[in-house]
Design a binder for this molecule. Structure first.
Ligand SMILES: NC(=O)c1ccc[n+]([C@@H]2O[C@H](COP(=O)([O-])OP(=O)(O)OC[C@H]3O[C@@H](n4cnc5c(N)ncnc54)[C@H](O)[C@@H]3O)[C@@H](O)[C@H]2O)c1
Length: 486
């Protein structure tokens, strides 16, 4: 347990924060009276067991107008701000925290009004890539690192970056142990692994594509009602990221841009985006032990992982894997999305995040690393609702994976308080995984002989024309579900 004598402010007390607070007290010795929770909704009843111990609840809303004055009432130099709200402008709050020496963590990079640019704005301006470039421009003007701020450190983005690193090391070790690689190649893999040189290691292993593949199998005996959106985490957050452009880290092995693709003009140009919603862009993926259809919902990991795994030769990217999310949410959310499509993407007013009404299932979340000698390798967490409830009662497996990640990164920040802005890939994966492991349920890291071309027979063979590359299974077009593939 580490000790923290300063103050902690939670902004937002929704699904993730509710799960984070008890875990924080398990791992960090901080007086309850030093912790303040802020939410514009009345969370007093939910917080009773904590406020009775000294935690303070403040009912207020952080807005563009009041941000500085409101935050200054609760945190100052050396304190920690945990941002688990939605739609607080990341650049503005990061600048404020830097100016005031406040440690800061969030789980996604957001804007005051993500819908402000309207439908006519160019797709590239709607991307997370765009937000990251603005962030880089802001940081470039700073002198010195400043107080540590970790951005996008939930489950995905967040833990997934550490899963990928662990997976690359495991693939290398397994290839060597099974003598599938020998001689100079085995030595090189061992050396790159020892140096934690992950971009060169990924290249040496032959990795072409990485999915953050997730299947949420949590089910309930209280099904979604007509006109109700049901999910296992933020409904507003899901709608925001799901109804905008699908974004992908774009691999150097890809031969052809997909339809509706747009490229960026500046920065590392490691991503593309589609003029098509993430929730309507479906790909084949795999979780232990079956194929899933997942959605390319845009996420920070598609930017940071593909950026950090790029190998550069001067200004030319000579190696980079394709990287994106392949999300198959819980059945209630799939039904909710389908209803929302019919409503032309207007969000239902009735919303429910499932907790105690969950009757079974798990959140299976990991990295599917593809293109190497095993074809595929899956590394990650299979956390059942029963295991999750034993860790923290009344929470679900999805928020648990996010919450432990927030706590693990907060601990790292307390021990490293002057590191400036960091993305998950810039934190030590072994430190985070060591803290997170007891919360991962069944930890899986194993090979699977899977490619997206397997079992891809179509019902109308000879009458339709699926656009597949049968010579190279790792082309994006082989993953993408299209109308002409049956
Ligand atoms: N990286 C990940 O793995 C991951 C996973 C889940 C959620 N998230 C993100 O974490 C955040 C929280 O998710 P959640 O599931 O707890 O959402 P939630 O909707 O359940 O809770 C958010 C809470 O914040 C409050 N809030 C929103 N804006 C506020 C503001 N300006 N001031 C004060 N309170 C405010 C809301 O009233 C709500 O109670 C979201 O941004 C979501 O996108 C990230």
């Amino acid at each position: 347990m580490i000790e923290f004598k300063n103050k902690i402010l939670f902004v937002g007390y929704g699904a993730v924060a509710e799960c984070t607070l008890p875990i924080l007290f398990k791992h960090i010795k901080v007086p309850a009276k030093n912790v303040t929770v802020m939410d514009f909704e009345n969370r007093a009843a939910k917080l009773k067991q904590w406020t009775s111990k000294g935690v303070r609840f403040v009912r207020d809303r952080v807005t563009e107008e009041n941000m500085g004055t409101l935050l200054a009432k609760h945190v100052g130099a050396g304190d920690l701000l945990i941002d688990l709200a939605w739609n607080i402008d990341a650049l503005e709050i990061l600048q404020w925290c830097r100016d005031h020496g406040v440690l800061y963590i969030n789980t996604s990079t957001e804007l005051w009004d993500p819908y402000a640019s309207g439908p006519n704005a160019h797709p590239t301006t709607k991307t997370l890539y765009w937000r990251h470039m603005n962030l880089r421009r802001m940081i470039a003007k700073w002198e010195g690192k400043g107080a540590t701020a970790v951005i996008e450190h939930g489950a995905n983005p967040g833990l997934i970056s550490h899963f990928v690193k662990q997976g690359l090391l495991d693939i290398g070790a397994s290839l060597i142990a099974e003598k599938k690689v020998k001689g100079a190649k085995a030595e090189k893999i061992a050396q790159l692994s020892a140096e934690l040189s992950f971009n060169h290691l990924a290249r040496e292993l032959g990795v072409k594509v990485i999915h953050c593949s997730e299947r949420d199998t949590q089910i309930t005996d209280q099904p979604k009602q007509v006109d109700e959106f049901v999910n296992t985490w933020s409904i507003e957050g899901f709608r925001e990221e799901g109804t905008t452009t699908a974004e992908m880290g774009w691999g150097t092995h890809e031969k052809q841009l997909p339809k509706l693709a747009y490229q960026h003009k500046d920065g590392p140009r490691n991503q593309i985006c589609l003029a098509r919603m993430g929730i309507n862009t479906w790909v084949r993926s795999w979780v232990p032990d079956y194929t899933i259809h997942g959605m390319v919902v845009r996420h920070g990991e598609a930017f940071t992982i593909s950026d950090k795994l790029t190998v550069w030769d001067g200004k030319k990217a000579v190696y980079r894997p394709t990287m994106h999310y392949a999300y198959c949410p819980c059945d209630e959310a799939i039904a909710s999305l389908n209803e929302m499509r019919g409503y032309n993407y207007k969000l239902n007013e009735n919303q429910r995040i499932m907790n105690d009404e969950i009757t079974g299932g798990a959140d299976i979340l990991g990295a599917l690393i593809m293109g190497h000698d095993y074809n595929s390798w899956w590394v990650g967490s299979d956390l059942s609702i029963e295991q999750s409830r034993k860790l923290v009662p009344h929470q679900n497996a999805t928020t648990m994976q996010v919450a432990i990640s927030v706590v693990a990164a907060s601990m790292w920040m307390m021990e490293n308080p002057a590191e400036g802005i960091r993305v998950p890939d810039e934190l030590p994966h072994d430190y985070i995984l060591k803290t997170a492991m007891p919360y991962m349920g069944r930890w899986i890291s194993k090979a699977k002989d899977w490619t997206p071309l397997q079992n891809r027979e179509t019902v109308f063979k000879g009458y339709n024309k699926p656009d597949l590359d049968l010579k190279d299974p790792w082309q994006f077009k082989n993953f993408l579900l299209t109308d002409d593939a049956g």
